[in-house]
Write a protein that binds this ligand. Structure first.
Ligand code: PLP
Length: 405
């Protein structure tokens, strides 16, 4: 029998956050080790539960949600999303401009499939949330990474963005608030992106899944609120702010010049119809989530769990010799730098595996986020303060030995 082959389409597709390092940790757990997991942005294992009213509402709808829905999503969910954007002064997003999906992840691949030709270049931040790079590659596009500047709050280096635009560039991905850096972009940076998109006729893919996880009284600005003449796709969903990543509910909202977007919208409708519809019970949670009490604000304000954990993790990591991190302004991650002189790391993947094996703590290596040099790791701030303290203690022991190697 001929062996089943690997598809060559996957040759350059990487998504290391769920790759061999996670499998090594799972194996160690199966052998009885307790691993401190500071690696994934999943709220559930850390007791950050979905608001009870939303869960009750979903259970209530379960019996009536057995059938397929419209491929674009149920009407009540799309109306609630459109109404939410109206409260944000985004009047141009109507019910018909919204597609509901099995999380933002599914909508990223659907929209790229509907849009990209082979060889089209897409600008993606470095560091990135690596699903974007993987999805562009899988769709036949070419990811081109623009640098974000650690010395300037991890905001995008707009000169680098501009320098990377070529005749083949079709789109810019903006992740704001950002995974993995925790940056929240100010208006002037977002306006500069709009101006570049306008000048070079680029589509903006704005990943705003962390839009409500913001600290220190900052405000999140929707990309789509800054223009009505640039084709903009705004992604968001229930996974983070409403703590229900496993239910799989997200959406993309189309805004910009209607005539220029008509063909793309038809393609997206076709792609959406090919997967019939997204998980229907979870779609019922959207209206209740957006319309109900926004308990995420209790977690992100001073005294709230996420706020405390962010502060404690930042303080402890910055106190380690040769270790530094920019405090997260939003989202739930720190992208931590290791001084390359003090820690001359050749492979950050090996660094993370050694840390896992020696200290039973799991973080994600920086190059998995397409950061060009092996001198960063991502630290998730979802665990409790006591687990964060224990994790940093173990990192500190590991680094003391690592330095002498
Ligand atoms: N976009 C970013 C920036 C993320 O960090 C994540 C998940 O971690 C996603 C999208 C995926 O979200 P979803 O659960 O809606 O698929």
């Amino acid at each position: 029998m001929r062996p089943m082959q690997h598809s060559s389409k996957l040759a350059n597709v990487r998504y290391e956050l769920r790759g061999p390092i996670l499998h090594a940790a799972q194996k160690m757990e199966a052998e009885g080790h307790r691993i401190l997991r500071m690696n994934l942005g999943d709220t559930a294992p850390f007791g950050l539960e979905a608001p009870e009213s939303i869960v009750v509402d979903m259970i209530h709808h379960l019996r009536g949600a057995q059938g397929y829905s419209d491929s674009k999503g149920i009407f009540s969910a799309r109306t609630a999303i459109s109404q939410y954007y109206q409260t944000q002064d985004l009047m141009q997003i109507g019910v018909d401009d919204i597609f509901v999906g099995n999380g933002v992840s599914e909508l990223i691949s659907m929209t790229l499939q509907a849009f990209l030709e082979n060889g089209d270049e897409v600008l993606i931040p470095a560091p990135d949330y690596p699903l974007w790079t993987a999805s562009v590659t899988l769709t036949g596009g070419v990811p081109v990474h623009y640098l974000c500047d650690e010395g300037n709050q991890w905001w995008p280096d707009m000169a680098d963005v501009e320098a990377k635009i070529t005749a083949n560039t079709r789109a810019i991905v903006i992740i704001n608030p950002n995974n993995p850096t925790g940056a929240v972009y100010p208006r002037h940076i977002l306006e500069a992106f709009v101006e570049l998109a306008r000048q070079h006729d680029l589509v903006i893919f704005s990943d705003e899944i962390y839009e409500k996880i913001i600290y220190d009284g900052r405000r999140h600005i929707h990309m789509a609120s800054l223009s009505d003449d640039v084709c903009t796709l705004t992604f968001s969903g229930l996974s983070k702010a409403y703590r229900m990543p496993g239910y799989r509910a997200g959406w993309v909202a189309l805004s910009g010049p209607r005539s220029a977007m008509a063909g793309f919208k038809e393609s997206l409708e076709l792609i959406a119809s090919l997967r019939l519809c997204s998980n229907v019970p979870a779609q019922h949670a959207i209206q209740t989530s957006l319309g109900g009490y926004q308990s995420i604000n209790d977690l992100t304000k001073p005294g709230g769990r996420l706020h405390e954990q962010r502060d404690r993790a930042t303080e402890l990591l910055n106190a380690l010799p040769g270790v530094s991190c920019v405090p997260a302004a939003g989202a739930m991650y720190l992208f931590v730098k290791l001084d390359p002189v003090m820690y001359p790391i050749e492979s950050d993947e090996k660094f993370v595996i050694d840390l896992l094996q020696e200290q039973k703590i799991l973080v994600s290596h920086g190059t998995a986020f397409h950061w060009p040099t092996p001198d960063h790791f991502r630290f998730v701030i979802l665990p409790s303060v006591s687990d964060i303290e224990e994790a940093v203690r173990r990192i500190s022991i590991f680094l003391a030995v690592y330095r002498r190697k």
